[in-house]
Ligand binder design. Sequence first.
Ligand SMILES: C[S@@+](CC[C@H](N)C(=O)[O-])C[C@H]1O[C@@H](n2cnc3c(N)ncnc32)[C@H](O)[C@@H]1O
Length: 205
Amino acid sequence: MTYDSKHTEILDPKTWYDAVADQYGQHHNHLNTFYHLDFLRFLPRKPSFDIIDLGAGDGRMFPQLNAIPHTAYVALDLSKEMLLHHPRGAKQLVADLEKKLPLHNDTFDIAVSFFTLEHLEHLETFFAEVYRILRPEGKLFIGHFFQRRAFARTANNKNFKIKQYKRTTAELQAEAEEAFFQTEILPLYDKDDHTGDLLLCTKNA
Ligand SMILES: C[S@@+](CC[C@H](N)C(=O)[O-])C[C@H]1O[C@@H](n2cnc3c(N)ncnc32)[C@H](O)[C@@H]1O
């Protein structure tokens, strides 16, 4: 087991999210601007898209993504317990974003990953795998918010922290470009505060 300087236990993401899945939805009112993006303005004109949410959790992104015309919608997460809270209407897939994904090449037009990359130690596999499963000109939307402190929660009367890797948006951008994505950073504001960025990554044609 790992502990921080105040002897709070630090859990791996799967154990943590399985433990807090029942309470995760109570925090949905936090950072709402991230969940009101107009995705269509970044997308080409097409009658339908195939969508995957990477680290979908309990489906906070679902109302927005479900509104995009689509044929397939996959909600992928490491935590089966989080996915149990995900709205029906998406195909659920338990998988690890640090490993090869059980998905075919050139399958999706849109991949979204919000508040998830901070849990991945190695980003090379993540970006290479997302590049592989996206179709040419497919888009990866990364929601990255600036965190001051590591998440801490109580579950079963015990305090926990989660293992996290702090990175700047520029560091994420550099990793994405290593995997051949074309990138763009758009700042996101909550009222007047710059609370995070949208990193938009496009696969080559
Ligand atoms: C902060 S939550 C974000 C959930 C959702 N994207 C949102 O914006 O509300 C992070 C999610 O990433 C998932 N996750 C963490 N590490 C993962 C990994 N290696 N592979 C897949 N999912 C992972 C967690 O289980 C959790 O559901």
